[in-house]
Design a protein around this ligand. Structure first.
Ligand code: COA
Length: 329
């Protein structure tokens, strides 16, 4: 029995940080950011009392309501995040507590921007094996908590947000998550995209703070090249493995890092731009949040129909990348 998505939800904080706002903080321009990334604005969770688990809680409540089930029916909660509230307990356990999912076990999964795709694939195995019937999978990141707002090469790219789904056994054969391919390359990835401090290698100290080691660092050009190649490769592989032609695909749901990366992936697949989901202009890169937010928006707009073929593709720190093929039920 394959696993199918039976509910979607998203949460974006209200506060908007536009490119014009960033012009006041950094040596940058709206024109540069739009031309290089396609991003116009992003959302920021400004309340210092609220962290990633708050956004997960908002998503989780909506998921229960949309599916019409009680929190006690959820058997497993996986939260994909690289900005947990704290190192432990996990943000998944905090989310469990917020909604009162007392019968669930819960854990976080960190695959950075590929977190949701990795978590969805992991959750699907628990459904396929018959171990569980109702799983909540959430991708959420409060990226503003790890951004250096004096670094124009990273501060412009990211935003805060969360999305999630409920995964259950597909009602009928041939529907749900039909194929997936996941990859990691820690050798190349660890050189180009990372946050040095806060873990066991560089625990917080005056030195780590003085050296701004609690912020994201990346070699944008290298990451860009790898993202374009890897996302297009895995998308093409998924199409070939499942004998899918561009015209059979209802939507390509790519990780939202940069419009140029999205365009390059769609081009290699030969998918028409009308079938490519993009909201990077409005939200920037919400890391593990991007793909479930896109799914929730498609769902809200009534664009997901029974039998629609969807391909999800992601790329992120690690490096991590992956693709999922599903037929909407
Ligand atoms: N505003 C204005 N100028 C900027 C700038 C900004 N916000 N950020 C960088 N620049 C400058 C650079 O300093 C550089 O100037 P120089 O030529 O005088 O040295 C110039 O713009 C070009 O920089 P470069 O890094 O080559 O630009 P780019 O076309 O590669 O675009 C990124 C930069 C970060 C937008 C792009 O590399 C990118 O999107 N990479 C992928 C990042 C990503 O998505 N990470 C998450 C992966 S999941």
């Amino acid at each position: 029995m394959k696993a199918a998505i039976t509910a979607t939800a998203k949460y974006l904080p209200d506060s908007v940080l536009s490119n014009r706002d960033l012009e006041k903080l950094l040596d940058t321009t709206d024109e540069w950011i739009v031309a290089r990334t396609g991003i116009t604005e992003r959302r920021i969770l400004r309340d210092p009392e609220k962290a990633t688990s708050y956004m997960c809680g908002e998503v989780a409540r909506q998921l229960l309501e949309k599916r019409g089930i009680e929190a006690g029916e959820i058997e497993l909660i996986i939260v994909a995040t690289m900005t947990p509230d704290m190192l432990f307990p996990s943000t998944a356990c905090l989310t469990q507590s917020i909604i009162g999912a007392v019968n669930a076990w819960a854990f976080d999964l960190n695959a950075a921007c590929s977190g949701f795709v990795f978590a969805l694939n992991t959750a699907a195995r628990f459904i396929e094996s018959g171990a569980h019937k109702k799983i909540m999978v959430i991708g959420a990141d409060k990226m503003s908590s790890v951004l250096d707002f004096s670094d124009r090469s990273t501060a412009i790219l990211f935003g805060d947000g969360a999305g999630g789904v409920i995964l259950e056994p597909a009602g009928e054969e041939g529907y749900g998550i039909l194929d997936s391919r996941m990859y990691s390359d820690g050798t190349t990835g660890k050189e180009h995209l990372y946050m040095l401090a806060g873990g066991s290698r560089h625990p917080a100290s005056h030195e780590t703070i003085d050296n701004r080691m609690h912020f994201i660092r990346q070699d944008g050009r290298q990451v860009f090249k790898s993202a374009v190649i890897s996302m297009a490769d895995v998308a093409e592989e998924i199409m070939k493995r499942n004998s899918l032609q561009a015209e059979n695909i209802a939507y390509l749901v790519p990780h939202q890092a940069n419009q140029r990366i999205i365009n390059a992936t769609a081009e290699r697949m030969g998918v028409d731009h009308t079938k490519v989901v993009s909201n990077v202009a409005r939200y920037g890169n919400t890391t593990a949040g991007t793909i479930p937010i896109c799914l929730a928006e498609l769902d809200e707009q009534g664009k997901l129909h029974r039998g629609s073929n969807l391909i999800l593709v992601s790329f992120g720190a690690g490096y991590t990348w992956g693709g999922i093929y599903m037929k909407w039920q």
